[in-house]
Design a protein. Sequence first.
Length: 226
Amino acid sequence: MRSSPVRVLLIGAAGRMGKTISDLAKDDPKIDIIERCDLGDPIEPAMRNCEVAIDFSHAGAITEICRVALQHRKPLVIGTTGHSTEQRTMIEETAQSLPIVFASNFSIGVNVLFWLTRKAVEQLGGNFDVAIVETHHKMKKDAPSGTAKTLAEVLKETKKTAPASASSSHIARRAGKSLRVAPCAQRNGLSASRPDFTRCRMRWDCKSVAAGGDFGRWDQRARLHQ
């Protein structure tokens, strides 16, 4: 039985998830965050002394993270989303040499949802149309979210259909004013936080999946929800 805590490098320590992990680690004797990295910090010196690196930073950092992890043979936990196809390929290739936990969402509830979605598709069969709808806080940077993409992958794997493209619709609120549709009606990928956006609602209509047609499209119409 291990007596000493796991030495952790936390990448993206100043972000929302990074701060949450830091707070939780303070009360967990099994975890010792010995190094923290943020935007502009060199990763390699911090990687040397850790036993595992946790990444909740930015998709653009994954190339350097994988390179340094491979160099020092350190396992990775990756919770960052918004990776390009090339970046995901790099993660998969790195996983051939290192232990990697790569998940779009680490909450128990969402992972149960993935399982339930698979079971629902298996039970309902191909006569049902599917839609993925999500709503986000204004600081959400990537759209569609990694969670929505994973749900789409679950549907694709279960229905054996082609992957879908995606974009998102935004709803904005200004102080003291009613909700309005934001000027940018479609978004796909990473962007800066949206100070005027209270939430981001996206709908993925998956039509004719059973017939082998297009897996779906993201509805470009912003819908008002409070």
